[in-house]
Ligand binder design. Structure first.
Ligand SMILES: Nc1nc2c(ncn2[C@@H]2O[C@H](COP(=O)(O)OP(=O)(O)OP(=O)(O)O)[C@@H](O)[C@H]2O)c(=O)[nH]1
Ligand SMILES: [Mg+2]
Length: 690
């Protein structure tokens, strides 16, 4: 039987906390697979996937980059993602189209805050993953401690399949515990030398192999059976079970290495091929058409459906990156954008390699390719066969929390600035542009200070515009501290002609959603009706609810969105002739607006959890500074010889913190922030929150 060629495809993401080494791992994968012939370095600005000038200047990844390479008869479509929290949406869009991922950890730091966030993101998307503990060459690197932190903080069952040979700067290779062979990368060697397990490590390797077998048998029935019969597992059984456990998420294979020193990359690639799923192994994609749900399998003969997950303007033209879920897409095809309900023409189809793009005649289900010629497709658009429309669920977009006012230095550039900003939002759905109704200023909002800084720098560099940027502000919300009951609102217009009559009685109370994501204060809105005896017909109840939702857009404190409340329609009156949906919607809207004005409202501000890592002697200064920023310290300790302080800090107080911390610690301090929701803001913020 001929195997389905899709079985040899791996759509792979590289995920981790900032600086764990994702781009370096990607670079070594491209080198090892022969895709590049030179090893690029992040610090030299010579890597393939950090190709943007700002990425090269800043030494961080900002944009997810997709490249294809081949290993052992398999095609790997690889996405290197950014680790900084401001670009988490970029990761979210990538996760949407991936079948598997490598989570990279720093062997000294273990699980860092953003690794935890991306791990949860991957959980939500059901993306199977393997762990790569990187930087084994660093002083203080320790596989066991890193694995313990993976177990403690991420709660998977780690299945450690390697034993390191040598430590820190003497880390030279690994024992492959599945095959019980040693792989050693001699200094300067390009590839691993394979040999028997060194005598000195034989006992330890056997002990760890035993632990691995036990951990696998405990979770895998077929392996358990063999283990009970023979008291050991063959390499083949072990590998098959590891593959199953990876795909079900019942265990996470852990490997280690040093990407920088090019050690451990081949076994990582072997593990990707052996354990992570192909497009055939993942569940069919779901979409909707005319309100009914449909399923499409990864079958090249099925009607075509693809999701655009990235748009990038390059010298080659406007590249739209697609994940094809079903069917076949050919160059020259006319496709249907199910969201905008427009047709688009596929000009060229490209396989993105490191330094070149290979033209393709077609792409089939399961593939990730770039397409030239699409004019209006954006990140999140579904493209499908015109005869078989289907809308795939777009990736979620987080709500922007930080904004700045932007202005062109020359008034003649105003239009060009508007079109530059429009281009940026097209490429990055987590950016938003609006005009402030009061000041008339253009306001750009995004996920954080760095996110906006990068966007403005692009406006300057790529569009050659001189712009002035205001001080950043945060997005506030309002919630109900103490509500009102029996609030009466009458909407009556009966002065000749068609009249309007709606009478509603509302209770307003604070409300907190259950569940992990929503427990933060101020989450959600619930509406219910307790009106007795049909005094208000059901369609008017729905109209009142719609009106209330309208009212949530602007709260009484400062016109901020209102959340965290329950509204109950307790009574009402209708008029035979003059009542209508419109009248009740208006009553709902102005009724709730006035009820909120009568309630005790609370202003909420976004807060973040920060983790600050500094030399021990700088801790005092850091604590004082955090207190001055209204921070609440939640923990402190040491890790790898440095002090680590965690605190919850209002986002509004964190602007400029990165620069401040660097200068206070002579560049040795780092911090990461993770949004945790909203918290009541102090009274002084109420007057300045607009
Ligand atoms: N010692 C050591 N340093 C490494 C290793 N891998 C990466 N680095 C260094 O760590 C730094 C960060 O590496 P990157 O590859 O940019 O990390 P990243 O995860 O892509 O970072 P972001 O994309 O910004 O989140 C660079 O200076 C690398 O040279 C390693 O195995 N050992
Ligand atoms: Mg990177």
């Amino acid at each position: 039987m001929r195997t389905n060629p899709l079985a040899t495809v791996r759509n792979l993401g590289i995920l981790a906390h900032v600086d764990a080494g994702k781009t370096t791992v990607t670079e070594r994968i491209l080198y090892t697979t022969g895709t590049t012939h030179k090893r690029g370095e992040v610090h030299d600005g010579t890597t393939v996937t950090d190709f943007d000038p700002q990425e090269r200047d800043r030494g961080i990844t900002i944009f997810a980059a997709a490249v294809s390479c081949s290993w052992d008869g398999h095609r790997i479509n690889l996405i290197d993602t950014p680790g900084h929290v401001d670009f988490a949406d970029e990761v979210e869009r990538s996760l949407r189209v991936l079948d598997g991922a490598v989570a990279v950890f720093d062997a000294v730091a273990g699980v860092e805050p953003q690794s935890e966030s991306v791990w949860r993101q991957a959980d939500r998307h059901g993306v199977p993953r393997i762990a790569f503990v990187n930087k084994m060459d660093r002083t203080g690197a320790d596989l066991d401690t890193a694995v313990a932190s993976i177990r403690e903080r991420l709660h998977p069952a780690p299945l450690v399949v390697q034993l390191p040979i040598g430590a820190e700067h003497r880390f030279t290779g690994v024992v492959d515990l599945v095959r019980m062979r040693a792989l050693v990368w001699a200094d300067g060697a390009e590839t691993a030398g394979e040999g028997p397990v060194p005598d000195a490590l034989r006992e330890e390797a056997a002990r760890r192999r035993r632990l691995l077998e036990e951990a696998v048998a405990e979770r895998h029935p077929a392996a358990l059976e063999e283990f009970c019969d023979r008291e050991t597992l063959t390499a083949a059984t072990l590998a098959a079970a590891l593959r199953d456990l990876t795909r079900t998420g019942d265990g996470v294979v852990v490997l280690c290495g040093s990407a920088y020193r090019n050690r451990g990359v081949e076994p990582l690639l072997d593990a990707v091929v052996a354990y992570l799923p192909s497009p055939l192994d993942v569940p069919p994609v779901h979409g909707t058409h005319d309100g009914t749900e449909e399923e499409r399998t990864a079958d090249p003969a099925a009607p075509m459906a693809a999701l655009a997950f990235k748009v990038n303007a390059t010298p080659t033209g406007r590249l739209t990156y697609l994940r094809v879920y079903s069917g076949t897409i050919e160059k020259g095809d006319t496709v249907w954008d199910a969201g905008t309900r427009r047709t688009e023409r596929v000009g060229r189809i490209l396989r993105v390699r490191a330094d070149r793009h290979d033209p393709l005649d077609r792409a089939v289900a399961g593939d990730i390719v770039a397409v030239v010629g699409l004019k209006s497709a954006r990140a999140g658009s579904t493209l499908c066969a015109p005869g078989a429309p289907l809308l795939l669920e777009p990736p979620g977009v987080a709500e922007p929390v930080v904004h700045v006012a932007v202005e062109a230095r020359r008034s003649t550039d105003t239009d060009r600035l508007a079109s530059a900003l429009a281009r940026l939002t097209e490429e990055d759905p987590s950016l938003a542009v609006r005009t402030d109704p009061e000041t008339g200023q253009t306001v750009l909002s995004g996920m954080g200070e760095l996110h906006l800084e990068v966007a403005m720098e692009r406006v300057r560099r790529e569009f050659g515009l001189e712009v002035s940027v205001g001080r950043p502000g945060v997005a506030y919300r309002e919630t109900v501290g103490e509500g009102v009951t029996g609030f009466v609102h009458r909407h009556v217009k009966q002065d000749g002609g068609a009249g309007q009559f709606a009478h509603v009685v509302l209770d307003v109370e604070p409300w907190e959603a259950d569940g992990d994501e929503a427990t933060e204060r101020g989450a959600g809105f619930v509406f219910r009706s307790t009106v007795a005896g049909g005094r208000v017909p059901q369609e008017y109840v729905r109209a009142v609810e719609a009106g209330c939702r309208d009212a949530l857009a602007e709260g009484p404190l400062g016109g901020h969105p209102v959340t965290g409340l329950r509204v109950t329609l307790t009574d009402g009156q209708t008029h035979v002739k003059d009542s209508s949906d419109t009248a009740f919607r208006t009553a709902g809207r102005f009724g709730l607006r006035d009820a909120l004005r009568a309630s005790a409202m609370v202003l909420l501000e976004p807060v973040v959890d920060v983790t600050v890592t500094v030399p021990e002697d700088a801790v005092g200064g850091v604590l004082g500074d955090l207190a001055a920023r209204r921070g609440r310290v939640t923990g402190s300790g040491t890790r790898g010889g440095a002090a680590v302080v965690t605190a919850t800090v209002p986002l509004a107080e964190l602007f400029g913190y990165a620069t401040r911390l660097r200068s206070r610690t002579q560049g040795r301090g780092t911090f990461t922030a993770r949004p945790t929701g909203y918290a009541p803001a102090p009274a002084t913020a109420v007057t300045t929150a607009r």
